[in-house]
Structure formats: structure tokens, C-alpha cells
Design a protein around this ligand. Structure first.
Ligand code: DX5
Ligand code: ZN
Length: 217
């Protein structure tokens, strides 16, 4: 199943609730939530208090993308705040197995993420343990960048390997995805599509609907 995940990093935080309500009025059920620590990536975004506040007001699926070092220290807290899925970066930890098992213990879905410079093969040892692989299609840290087409080759490699091993994983792509290039990501084998700046500008509802139409073609 193809899924769109709306990235609130591109929302207007003055009216975050209104922007989330726009998503709720569409068929999009996933909210992509980017947590940045200023260490793993240069930028700092937001964290637990924001997630907790919005969790009280919406039933959307919280797809939390942790761009933080030592995620093993924080997964339980993000689960308590309301994450439904926790994605951590393979490059951000020395103990990926431990992070996955901690996420599993919370009962939430687990995802592993790789930056553009990390080879596809690096996630192979973890594929049977996770629900999702997130292949970054830009350098993590900022919205509004251009899709790095070469990253889609890694999506192809991971999808092929997962099929060979009969592993029913989701493959998510994040960064630079627009309604006119989303078909490239889907063709490569991605089925969960993150979009931020292409959604939260002008009419978010109309942008989501146009995206979903493009994904259904
Ligand atoms: C970037 C974030 C993305 C970001 C995508 O590090 O992980 O989720 O919001 O933004 P766009 O869709 O604008 O590239
Ligand atoms: Zn993200």
C-alpha cells in the first residue's frame, strides 16, 4: 500500500493545529515528525513537548524521524509522548540492535534510516527486525532541498533484497519529493512518501489531494 506522510517541519508553527487539521480533512493518515538535535544534524527542530501536545488532539499516525545522536537514550520517552513509529539513523548509534529492541519493547513500530552517503547494504542485517527502512533522498537537516536521484538506486537495491528474503518491509523516502517526481520513488520500490515543503504552502489540503492523485496513477 502506498502511503503519504506529511512532514510538519514545513508547517507554520504559529498555526500548527490548523495545519494538522488540514491533513485530517484529507485521506493522508501519516504525520512525519522530524526531531533534530543540532549535533547529528546542524539544525534543531522540536521535541517531546510538541509531540505530546499534538498527540492529545489528533489520531493521525505519528511517524517520528529521529535525527539525534544516541537514540537509545530517548526511544522510550518518544514512545510515551505518542510516537507510533520511531525511525532512528544507523549512523547515529553504536548499538542499532539495542535501539531496535528498545523500540520493540515499547510496542511501537521500528524504522532504520540511512543518509545519502551510507550504502544500501548497511541495513541488510537489520531488515528482519524492522518495519521500515527510511532512505534519505537529501542530506538530513533541512526541508526544501532537491531530490538526490542517485539515492533511489538504494531504494531499488533494498526492495530487491527484501523481496528475495520475503521481508514485507515498508520503504520510506524523505527529501525533495514533489507530486511531479513522486512516481520515480514509487517505481524504485518506495511505498511511504514524505513531503514537507510541497504540502505546507498555500493550500495544504489541495496539495495533499494532488499528491495522493499523483501517487494513485
Ligand atoms: C529533512 C527532513 C524532512 C523534510 C523534508 O531532514 O527529514 O522530513 O521535512 O522536506 P521536503 O519535503 O521539503 O524536502
Ligand atoms: Zn524526515
Amino acid at each position: 500500500m502506498n502511503i503519504l506522510s506529511s512532514s510538519i517541519l514545513a508547517a507554520d508553527f504559529w498555526k500548527l493545529g490548523e495545519d494538522i487539521a488540514c491533513v485530517e480533512r484529507t485521506e493522508c493518515r501519516y504525520l512525519h515528525i522530524d526531531v533534530m538535535d543540532g549535533v547529528f544534524v546542524p539544525a534543531i527542530s522540536f521535541g517531546m513537548p510538541v509531540i505530546k501536545s499534538i498527540r492529545r488532539r489528533t489520531d493521525l499516525f505519528f511517524d517520528v524521524h529521529l535525527m539525534i545522536v544516541e537514540p537509545e537514550k530517548y526511544v522510550e520517552e518518544f514512545a510515551q509522548c505518542g510516537a507510533d513509529l520511531i525511525n532512528f539513523h544507523l549512523e547515529a548509534t553504536e548499538c542499532p540492535e539495542q535501539v531496535i529492541s528498545k523500540i520493540r519493547k515499547t510496542g511501537k513500530k521500528a524504522g532504520i534510516t540511512i543518509k545519502p552517503g551510507t550504502p544500501a547494504e548497511a541495513v541488510f542485517p537489520y531488515l528482519s527486525e524492522v518495519d521500515m527502512v527510511l532512505v534519505m533522498t537529501v542530506e538530513p537537516g533541512f526541508g526544501g532541498q532537491k531530490l538526490m536521484l542517485e539515492c533511489l538506486e538504494k531504494v531499488r537495491t533494498i526492495r530487491k533484497y527484501a523481496e528475495e528474503k520475503h521481508l514485507p518491509i515498508d520503504i520510506q523516502v524523505d527529501g525533495g519529493i514533489k507530486k511531479d517526481n513522486v512516481h520515480l520513488a514509487l517505481e524504485a520500490g518506495a511505498n511511504v512518501i514524505v513531503a514537507g515543503s510541497a504540502i505546507f504552502r498555500e493550500d495544504a489540503e489541495a496539495n495533499i489531494r494532488a499528491f495522493l492523485d499523483a501517487m494513485a496513477e
